[in-house]
Design a protein around this ligand. Structure first.
Ligand code: ATP
Ligand code: MG
Length: 427
């Protein structure tokens, strides 16, 4: 074999310099979701292809163009999940989570879509998703929007919530005819993608990202004027709950979602800071999906946020955070190094927030100090022969010119706690 093997296009490594930002983003999001007592569900990354074909819809972009599907060794068609809802519904039915029950679930993980890689669009990307089953009312819609709002506020992001209602599937069919007639009358103004969608999924034309299509779309018949009364009532109730809880939204009658199964409420948060890939979180109600699979009506709502896009925004704003060691242990070889291992464990017992890096492999003090400095640590803890003999420890600041301090080893935890008070709170 010759040549270097590289990662697959559109699938990115998260290197150590980026992983702190990832972990913090995930923690912020997950901690907020836990405030609402949603429960985590972990699902396989591979599912039967049929699951996505039947849930997302044959004519959607995802199923028609974007899935990573392959035959396994048993000639069964499998697909790397392009989104989380289908697997969640499959698992819920398989394990009886929906029958006479309400479920509030969340998941985190990688999704796969064979799209053209560009900024904000990968082939492997990551989502945190929320899914609630068994609750028909607008209260759970409002709560889901509030969870996302709280997350986006905690990240201090400047994003805009857009809201729409798609009505029921039946009421949408009548609107679909109107829309097809309108776009047929204006065929000449349609781009290639929209011409295709006119045959397959005409509502999706409203979602076109092509600026040349904007005017035509703005003059198209508006969906909310053509939906059923119950959906209108649901939407009005949701809007008033959002107003009551101080959530700002913008109505966007052209907001449709890419998947076939959406009903009633749809929403997304967008930003203009990320160019064309400006949607950071999107979701909606899909009351018909579980019934479509199992025959049992189960109202449901879900949403997913794209972690890469959120991270890009957070990093633009805050820069990349790092977590260098607080202290590095520099030791003479032999007895001192053996004792140092034990000393380090004792320190970790006493100061669980301490990030203590041991320079393994020995070497001269000079080379160890070089490594300690490179690690970005604040302090070097020095255990030479003499310190070992006297049960002492040297402390050298690596970030300024303070003179080396010598303490008895038993004084070290207290001293570090004091000195690193601000940093140790971080963990
Ligand atoms: P878009 O219109 O940007 O293609 P979508 O409607 O296909 O988005 P959803 O299926 O609703 O996206 O996924 C929810 C979120 O996941 C998106 O708002 C976005 O933040 C993120 N996302 C979707 N596809 C990608 C991708 N290929 N790369 C990175 N993030 C993505
Ligand atoms: Mg897409």
């Amino acid at each position: 074999m010759s040549g270097k093997i590289q990662a697959i296009r559109g699938m990115h490594d998260v290197l150590p310099e980026q992983s702190v930002a990832w972990r913090r983003l995930e923690n912020t999001i997950i901690n907020i979701i836990r405030q609402y007592s949603y429960q985590e569900i972990r699902l396989p990354i591979l599912e039967k292809t049929e699951l996505f074909q039947r849930s997302i819809g044959e004519l959607t972009d995802i199923v028609a163009k974007e899935m990573y599907s392959f035959l396994d060794r048993n000639q069964e068609s499998l697909t790397l999940r392009p989104e989380g809802t289908a697997g969640c519904v499959r698992a819920g039915m398989e394990h009886g989570l929906f029958h006479n029950q309400q479920q509030k679930l969340w998941y985190i993980g990688a999704m796969f879509r064979h799209e053209r890689p560009q900024k904000g669009r990968q082939r492997q990307f990551h989502q945190v998703g929320l899914e609630a089953f068994g609750m028909p009312g607008p209260d759970v819609d409002a709560e889901m929007i509030l969870i996302c709002t709280r997350i986006l506020q905690a990240l201090r992001l400047d994003v805009q919530l857009e809201l729409n209602t798609l009505g029921t599937v039946e009421s949408r069919l009548a609107y679909r005819e109107l829309l097809v007639a309108y776009f047929n009358d204006n065929r000449k103004a349609l781009d290639e993608d929209s011409l295709r969608r006119l045959e397959t999924n005409p509502l999706r034309i409203l979602d076109s990202k092509n600026p040349d299509m904007k005017q035509l779309i703005n003059s198209a018949p508006a969906l909310p004027e053509h939906i059923d009364n119950e959906s209108v009532d649901h939407f009005e109730a949701l809007k008033s709950l959002l107003e009551q809880t101080g959530v700002h939204y913008r109505l966007n009658s052209h907001l449709v979602r890419g998947l076939d199964y959406y009903t009633r409420t749809v929403f997304e948060w967008t930003t203009d800071q990320l160019g064309a890939q400006g949607t950071v979180c999107a979701g909606g109600r899909f009351d018909g999906l579980v019934e479509h699979f199992s025959g049992k009506p189960t109202p449901a709502i879900g949403c997913a946020m794209g972690l890469e896009r959120l991270l890009e925004l957070v990093n633009l704003q805050d820069g990349l955070p790092t977590e260098p060691p607080h202290a590095c242990l520099v030791m003479a070889e032999g007895r001192a190094a053996n004792w140092g291992l034990k000393l380090a464990e004792d320190l970790r017992d006493q100061l669980p927030g301490l990030r203590l890096l041991m320079i393994c492999g020995g070497g001269s003090f000079k080379s160890q100090f070089k490594k300690a400095d490179k690690s970005g640590a604040l302090l070097a803890l020095v255990l030479g022969e003499e310190e070992y003999e006297n049960q002492a420890i040297g402390i050298k600041s690596l970030r300024d010119n303070e003179v080396q301090l010598n303490l008895q080893q038993e004084e070290l935890p207290g001293w570090l706690k004091n000195r690193l008070a601000a940093e140790l709170n971080l963990c």
